[in-house]
Design a protein around this ligand. Structure first.
Ligand code: G6P
Length: 614
């Protein structure tokens, strides 16, 4: 996951940038670079590999100056090579840019800029930004205004920092959407910029967080904040805690809240590089080692996991069965390992695990290995056991997840499973070219849809206030969103200690309906998916018995608005991807209820992040 550091002040920028980048190493990256203004000239040092490589480059060919920017890159567009590493210099050599996020319309912009004469030196989407700034920079238009005009062309979510030798007294930074943060650190006669607090905390604890669609013009003396529309803004300087771990929470109260908000970025990274949107929309999951022959021989897939990961597996069952027409069983790992499952060499056992170290999941994998199955995993922690012992794996692109209640490591595997289902469908011939194109094109919508769910946090918090004192809560869902009900209920019980049950809505009449009265809130997950009509009748049955209904519905659904007591709205989402959006309000709901109850959200009692014992 990319990191940004910038410095302007009286000291030598190079070591400050290198140290700052070092503090962001935990985010993961595959190349690194820096640009420093040395005698009115921009000097860039960058290469593939770790920071030690960058440090030795700087040692071989030193660079000193008082203004500079640096970056650690997690490759999305273009391989992790020196030419694709940030910072990116423009054609004049007078402008340089570092960037987090993905320029979604970069192909269009690149063609436009090439037609104007721009020569591209990398495969990255980022390079369009520097050419755009150069397009506007002139004797009449200064750096800040040129950057602002350039940013107005960019689609997607971004953190961007720009430096120019023409105006050596400033750095311009901007945040658009949720591609991670942009924070400005205020020092005495010096200023710092970073994507994440740990990069600058050793220098200052006075910081200004940029909100989406804001930009800052940073000089040695201070900063000017404005909207991307050019309107000046006032800002608050926050004092951040001493505790460096707490500081990593940035502007959020808890890691869980931060991680919920990181989902735009983690899902962008999940998709990036996995779908060749330029060329046939092919899905590429090379670490899975999935050949056409293997795909054709699979008779059954067993998905095995624990906790939240098992709910992702349940969604995976619907996806793989629907798209690739392969039978799928989902087994809780602690059951699978002991029930002597009928697994053989034509079976694939797919383990899902955030940590890759959960004891039951690893034991289930060993059991599958003994029985001769092909072993796959979807794992977040790079290099973990579940990754190492598998025949093939998909690496979640979620970054470290610290909150015990899993959030971003739930939505990433949903998208991984969707891509896997398409790949299996392609290889087994169950998907024609049109269906393939439609399904892959829908993937592009995901980050924006998730961002729109996150924008509604204040409305979700209002519903949290209604539920804060409840003792029980029932979550109902059906079809592809039945696991969403399980996951919503799990989130609530894990962190708020409220008794919550997830139930398949069609089963309500066989038991839980007896519980319905005004003191039993019922969260009904009813987006516009193929089970929608069934869910409406569920709401009616609950209302008829005096139940308090909180419905989760698609924007503009007047019939649900008329029926339910409260509504959590989600934007219209293609139904096979709907679990990615429907879970977001439920994560926020659980989070706010627990926070309102004053509980230890990130470390709930009795729970562990990684359960390495049976
Ligand atoms: C623990 C965590 C859960 C997690 C489960 C599985 O119970 O508290 O949040 O879902 O383990 O963990 P894994 O690392 O295998 O996904």
């Amino acid at each position: 996951m990319c990191g940004i550091v910038g410095y302007i002040g009286p000291r030598d920028a190079t070591p400050i940038i290198l140290n700052g980048l070092k503090r962001l190493e935990y985010r993961g990256y595959d190349s690194a670079g820096l640009a420093v203004l040395q005698n009115s000239h921009i000097e860039v040092r960058r290469d593939a590999g770790k920071l030690a490589r960058l440090a030795s480059l700087v040692e071989e060919s030193p660079v000193h100056g008082q203004v500079g920017i640096g970056h650690t890159r997690w490759a999305t567009h273009g391989e992790p090579t020196a030419r694709n590493a940030h910072p990116h210099l423009g054609m004049t050599g007078e402008v340089v840019v570092v960037h987090n996020g993905i320029v979604e319309n970069f192909l269009e912009l690149r063609d436009e800029l090439k037609a104007e004469g721009a020569i591209f030196k990398s495969d990255t989407d980022t390079e369009v930004i520097v050419h755009l700034v150069e397009r506007y920079l002139s004797s009449k238009i200064g750096l800040a205004e040129a950057a602002r005009l350039a940013f107005s062309h960019l689609k997607g979510a971004h953190g961007i920092v720009v430096l120019s030798s023409r105006e050596p007294d400033k750095i311009v930074a901007a945040r658009i959407g949720n591609a991670g943060g942009v924070v400005v650190g205020v020092g005495e006669g010096e200023m710092f910029i970073a994507s994440d607090l740990p990069a600058i905390l050793e220098h200052t604890r006075q910081v200004v967080f940029l909100e989406s669609h804001q930009m800052a013009v940073v000089t040695r003396q201070g900063l000017k904040l404005m909207t991307l529309g050019g309107k000046p803004l006032r800002y608050n300087v926050h004092s951040v805690a001493y505790d460096p771990v707490a500081a990593e929470k940035g502007e959020y109260r808890h890691f869980m809240q931060k991680e919920i908000h990181e989902q735009v970025r983690s899902l962008t990274d999940t998709i990036a590089g996995r779908v060749d949107f330029d060329n046939g929309h092919n899905i590429c999951l090379p670490e899975l080692n999935l050949t056409a022959e293997l795909a054709k021989n699979i008779q059954k897939i067993f998905i095995t996991a624990c906790g939240t990961a098992s709910h992702a597996g349940m969604v995976g069952k619907v996806l793989i069965e629907h798209i690739a027409r392969i039978p799928v069983e989902v087994d809780i790992a602690s059951e699978f390992r002991y029930r002597d499952p009928i697994v053989d060499k034509n079976s694939v056992v797919l383990a899902i695990s955030q940590s890759g170290e959960t004891a039951d999941t690893l034991a289930a994998m060993e059991e599958a290995r003994r029985k001769g199955a092909t072993l796959w995993s979807i794992v977040n922690a790079i290099g973990s056991q579940a990754m190492r012992i598998a025949d093939g794996y998909i690496s979640m692109q979620s970054g470290p997840e610290i909150g015990v209640a899993s959030t971003k490591a739930y939505t990433a595997p949903l998208v991984d499973l969707y891509m896997l289902a398409i790949l299996l469908g392609d290889l087994r011939g169950t998907l024609d070219a049109r269906a393939h194109r439609r399904l892959t094109a829908d993937l592009r919508l995901v980050p924006d849809l998730v961002g729109r769910c996150l924008d509604r946090e204040a409305a979700v918090e209002k519903v949290a206030r209604v539920l804060v004192n409840t003792s029980h809560c029932l979550y109902l869902g059906r079809g592809i969103n039945m696991p969403t009900a399980y996951e919503g209920a799990l989130k609530l019980k894990e962190i708020s200690y409220i008794h919550a049950e997830g139930y398949p809505a069609g089963e309500m009449k066989h038991g839980p309906i007896a519980l319905i009265d005004r003191s039993m809130p019922v969260v009904v997950i009813a987006p516009r998916d193929p089970w929608y009509e069934k869910m409406i009748s569920q709401i009616e049955q609950t209302k008829a018995r005096g139940g308090l209904v909180i419905a989760l519905a698609t924007d503009g659904d007047e019939s649900i608005a008329g029926l339910a007591d409260h509504v959590l709205w989600v934007p219209e989402t293609p139904w096979l991807l709907s679990p990615v959006t429907t879970v977001i309000p439920l994560q926020m709901l659980a989070y706010h209820i627990a926070a309102l109850r004053g509980l230890d959200v990130d470390q709930p009692r009795n729970l562990a992040k990684s359960v390495t014992v049976e």
